[in-house]
Design a protein. Structure first.
Length: 403
């Protein structure tokens, strides 16, 4: 394996291949939801577990968020500069997430859904608190739980960045970040196991912030390593090993596929609506984390090789740009098609539903990007760190697209 260029030497780098990764993840979401709605993902065929576990798109987007959003904070800290302002960070996150989501939610709740929304439902969805207060009840918006989790992570990120304050050597700063990230991982695992022991919480609470922060934390780890100065001596052996792995993208992706195969086994829990045990849930969570970590490792700490070139090409990058709209619209469109075409749930028609959902969702997502999302970002996004060697986050907009 050949090590890539030393991390931290190019802080202005834009990670084009990550747009392509968002495209893969966003359309994987459609595959797994169509697989579920058609009954294909929990049937008897060999494709069932592979379709079902495409919900691994969830940690892809959260890990991307951890990487892209934390990187400007930690990069500035290593250079002895103040971290980005909290108010500006919150403004850009709200501008990126809320307008497009509000349009989708209003149209879905008001026109597309068969569920009669109460005032509490409306308020909960529009404030993205539905997963915390029991109002996550509309079948057309069940996928929005991940957006609620991600917004919670946005709220917490400037608090986590407090660990970057103070004048310290690169070695001290790197060690403090490893301790923080390690603590987040341990706390997340403890939460995911602990909520099963609390009667009024249970499995639903694994979708809350503490239950998903481990994926975000691994993105933070990649962000930290990507900007660590070349001369930093702390944790050198660990960094060298990860750098060597990052220099072999084909091997990383092969390992990710092998780990994904383990996800398809019973140890990762049921494929249908049965609630997994605590052990099954944790096994699935950690295996998904490992899969995504090795998918992103060569794209964030290495050159990406041929895989990176393919993901950086024009079509994947465009699909990555519209991926937020794909995430928002795909499930309302899919359920609308079920009703319009009079196709009963779990009664087949996988390919018909897939082609129509992909087509209609892509059209809506493209309209959302060009008519709403991009104009708002261009007009109102003002990154405070634009002139300190970091690219504008108006171009790097990690958004959860998931199941």
């Amino acid at each position: 394996m050949t090590a890539p260029n030393t991390a931290g030497t190019d802080l202005s780098r834009h990670f084009d291949a990550l747009d392509g990764m968002r495209a893969i993840a966003s359309y994987a979401v459609i595959f797994t939801h169509v697989g579920f709605q058609s009954g294909r993902s929990f049937g008897t065929g060999p494709q069932a577990p592979w379709l079902s576990r495409l919900d691994t798109a969830v940690p892809i987007f959260l890990m991307l968020s951890g990487f892209l959003l934390y990187r400007p904070f930690v990069a500035r800290a290593f250079r002895g500069l103040p971290v980005p302002r909290t108010a500006g960070f919150y403004w850009r996150r709200a501008l990126r997430v809320l307008p497009a989501f509000w349009v989708t939610a209003v149209i879905t709740l008001g026109l597309l859904s068969t569920h009669r929304a109460s005032l509490g439902d409306w308020l909960s969805y529009l404030t993205l608190t539905q997963v915390y207060n029991g109002h996550d009840v509309d079948p057309s918006l069940t996928h929005i739980w991940t957006l609620a989790a991600e917004v919670s992570l946005y709220a917490a990120l400037p608090l986590l960045a407090l660990s970057l304050r103070g004048r310290r050597s690169p070695e001290q700063l790197l060690r403090s970040q490893f301790l923080l990230i390690g603590a987040l991982l341990v706390a997340s695992v403890a939460w995911q196991l602990g909520v099963y022991e609390v009667e009024f919480l249970g499995f639903v609470a694994t979708k809350w912030l503490p239950g998903t922060v481990d994926w975000f934390a691994l993105g933070m780890l990649l962000a930290t390593l990507s900007v660590t100065p070349a001369g930093c001596t702390a944790l050198r052996r660990t960094r060298e090993v990860l750098s060597q792995w990052a220099g072999s993208p084909e091997l990383c992706w092969l390992l990710a596929i092998l780990l994904y195969w383990f996800l398809t086994l019973p140890l990762a829990g049921p494929l249908d609506l049965r609630v997994p045990t605590a052990g099954e849930h944790l096994a699935k969570n950690l295996l998904q984390a490992a899969v995504v970590f090795f998918l992103l490792l060569p794209l964030t700490l290495g050159s990406g090789g041929v895989i990176g070139q393919v993901l950086s090409s024009r079509v994947p990058r465009f699909l990555g740009q519209i991926s937020y709209g794909v995430y928002l619209w795909h499930l309302p469109v899919l359920l609308f098609l079920h009703r319009t075409l009079d196709i009963p749930i779990w009664q087949g028609h996988f390919w018909k539903l897939l082609v129509l959902t992909v087509g209609l969702t892509s059209v809506l997502a493209t309209l959302s990007w060009y008519l709403l999302e991009r104009p708002l970002l261009r007009r109102y996004s003002r990154p405070t760190w634009r002139n300190v060697g970091e690219p504008s986050t108006a171009k790097q907009m990690p958004i959860t697209q998931s199941t």
